[in-house]
Write a protein of this length. Structure first.
Length: 215
């Protein structure tokens, strides 16, 4: 089970991962994290950066080491990670790697109400999704090969994971499409009849009332 953290925003994890290398001021943190594509690895709201930095400092995970000004620019406070911050970064990373947590992608939300669309339309929508996935997978593979020639694999492992997840999704969508298009999908006739007549069959209605999910 995930721990309740003093600063639970994942942006805090990103900030600590940047400061573990060297001290920075918040503007510099944002530039470094953007250049590393961290907003593609986790949900980041850049507008909360200064709040996250203040909270990290308040709980002793980082500390101010310098306040400077260049010309007419506002003062910039430079922060460094503390021993407590290093421990928090390591502990948080261990948790994220070792302990599975439920994640709710938008695709799952759509699948949970799939029956409101007729099977024929679902087939066309899934074909569109599969085409987009296939195109994206090809681009990701090419990018991994290109970056792998310059960047150590250690810093590309999250991209490898994302590619593997997309490949697995594409394989599952392809399998579902095959069942629907071939007519082998269980209960397809009842599903189609519901949309043809406007009346949900009794067995489907009963299942809908009970809920058919596993969790």
């Amino acid at each position: 089970m995930a721990k309740r953290r003093k600063v639970g925003n994942l942006l805090a994890l990103a900030v600590l991962s940047a400061l573990v290398q060297r001290p920075m001021h918040p503007y510099e943190m944002a530039s470094v994290l953007r250049s590393r594509g961290k907003d593609g690895d986790m949900a980041i709201k850049w507008g909360s950066l200064y709040t996250v930095v203040r909270n990290l400092a308040r709980h002793g995970f980082i500390e101010a080491v310098d306040v400077g000004r260049q010309g007419a620019r506002p003062e910039r406070t430079t922060y460094r990670i503390t021993g407590a911050g290093r421990a928090e970064l390591a502990d948080w990373t261990r948790e994220l790697i070792a302990e599975p947590e439920p994640e709710l992608p938008r695709f799952k939300a759509g699948l949970s109400v799939l029956a409101v669309l007729p099977p024929g339309e679902v087939v066309e929508l899934l074909r569109r999704r599969l085409a987009a996935l296939t195109e994206g997978i090809a681009a990701q593979r090419e990018a991994l090969v290109r970056h792998g020639a310059e960047v150590p694999r250690l810093f590309l492992v999250e991209d490898e994971y994302e590619l593997a997840v997309r490949e697995a999704e594409a394989a599952w969508v392809r399998s579902l499409l095959d069942e629907l298009a071939s007519g082998r999908y269980p209960g397809l006739d009842a599903w189609r009849a519901w949309h043809d007549t406007g009346e949900m069959p009794a067995d489907l209605a009963e299942l809908a009332e009970r809920g058919g999910g596993t969790g």
